[in-house]
Design a protein around this ligand. Structure first.
Ligand code: ATP
Length: 297
C-alpha cells in the first residue's frame, strides 16, 4: 500500500498540472506576508489599514491572522470568530463559517493557534489546505498574512512560501537590528525576492530616510538582497484610539496624515499588480504543505 505522503505528492502534482493549463493572463491572488523582526512595531495596525484601503479600491481581501498566541486582529476589527483554521482543517466547520466579515467587507480567517499546531497537521488536513488555497484563489484578490514577531521557524516558512513580503520596522535601533536578523535568516534559506520595506511610527522624514537607506545598504552589501522602501506611516496617537474603538483608523480618522500615508502606500503596492507573477495563492499553499510534510515525516 502506498504511503499517505506519496498519495499527497500525487494530488499536488495533479493540481499543479491542472493550474498550468489555466489562463494565467488574469491577475491571481497576491499573497503577501506582513512581518517584523521586533514585536509591537505595528504589523496588525498596518494589516488592518492596508486591507481597509484595498477594499476602498474594490479589492477582495482575506486576512489570515497567523500571530500565533498573540492573535489580535479580531479585536482590532471588532469581530468575534468562532472558528480558526485548525477547525477548518479538521472539518469542524466550513470555510464560510471560519471566514468572518469585518468593517468594509474585510474578511478574516484566524490562523491555527497553539504551539503544537504544526505537529497536529496530518496528510488529510494537508489535502484540505490545498483545497483551501483553491477556494481562496477563486474568491480573493489579496491574501494578507499577519505574522507574529521574530524569526521562529513557522514565521520563516510562511515568508518563504508567500509570494511577497512587507517588512515593517520603526526607526528604533532594536527594530532595525531585529529586522536585519530576520533578513539574515531568510538569506540563509536562499530567499531572493525583493522585500518591501515600510517604516512605521515615523516622526521625522530625515530619521525615516536615514534608517531606510542604512538598512537597504547594509542588506545589499552583506546579504545581497534587495529591500525597496515603499513608504512610511506617520506616528499618530489616534491610532491607539482607533484600536480602543475597534475600528480601522483609516475609516474613522480618514483626514489625518497617517491615514493619507496608508492610502498612498496601498495605491503604490496595488499599482504593482501587473508586475506580479501569476503563481498566486496556490503556490503558497503548496509550499506550506511541503513544509508541514517535512515536519511530520
Ligand atoms: N503609526 C503609529 N502611530 C502611533 N501608534 C502606532 C502606530 N502604529 C502602531 N501603533 C501602536 O503601536 C502598538 C502596537 O501595534 P500593533 O499591535 O499593530 O503591533 P504588532 O507589530 O502587530 O504587535 P505584535 O508584535 O504584538 O503582534 C499599538 O498600541 C498601536 O496602536
Amino acid at each position: 500500500m502506498r504511503s499517505q505522503a506519496a498519495k499527497l505528492k500525487e494530488i499536488m502534482k495533479k493540481k499543479k498540472a491542472e493550474s498550468k493549463v489555466q489562463n494565467f493572463n488574469t491577475v491571481s491572488t497576491r499573497t503577501i506576508a506582513i512581518a517584523s523582526g521586533k514585536g509591537g512595531v505595528g504589523k496588525s495596525t498596518f494589516t488592518v489599514n492596508f486591507a481597509y484601503n484595498l477594499r476602498k479600491l474594490d479589492k477582495k481581501v482575506l486576512i489570515i491572522d497567523s500571530d500565533i498566541g498573540m492573535a489580535n486582529l479580531d479585536i482590532m476589527l471588532g469581530v468575534q470568530p468562532n472558528y480558526d483554521m485548525g477547525h477548518l482543517l479538521r472539518e469542524e466547520c466550513s470555510l464560510e463559517e471560519a471566514v468572518i466579515e469585518g468593517p468594509a467587507g474585510i474578511k478574516l480567517l484566524s490562523g491555527i493557534t497553539g504551539d503544537d499546531s504544526f505537529i497536529d497537521i496530518k496528510n488529510e488536513a494537508m489535502k484540505k489546505l490545498i483545497e483551501l488555497g483553491d477556494k481562496i484563489e477563486k474568491n480573493y484578490d489579496y491574501l494578507l498574512i499577519d505574522l507574529g514577531a521574530g524569526a521562529a521557524k513557522s514565521i520563516v516558512n510562511t515568508i518563504l512560501a508567500a509570494e511577497e513580503l512587507i517588512l515593517l520596522l520603526t526607526t528604533e535601533p532594536t527594530s532595525v537590528m531585529d529586522s536585519y536578523s530576520l533578513i539574515k535568516i531568510l538569506s540563509k534559506h536562499q530567499y531572493k525576492k525583493k522585500i518591501k520595506l515600510v517604516i512605521n511610527q515615523s516622526q521625522s522624514k530625515k530619521d525615516t530616510d536615514k534608517t531606510a537607506q542604512r538598512i537597504i545598504k547594509t542588506v545589499k552589501n552583506y546579504l545581497d538582497l534587495d529591500l525597496t522602501l515603499v513608504g512610511s506611516i506617520s506616528y499618530d496617537r489616534k491610532i491607539s484610539e482607533a484600536l480602543r474603538k475597534q475600528k480601522p483608523y483609516s475609516e474613522i480618522f480618514s483626514k489625518r496624515k497617517a491615514a493619507q500615508d496608508f492610502e498612498n502606500l496601498t495605491r503604490k503596492i496595488s499599482g504593482e499588480e501587473k508586475e506580479q507573477s501569476s503563481k498566486g495563492v496556490k503556490s503558497y499553499f503548496y509550499k506550506m504543505v511541503g513544509f508541514f510534510n517535512k515536519h511530520v515525516k
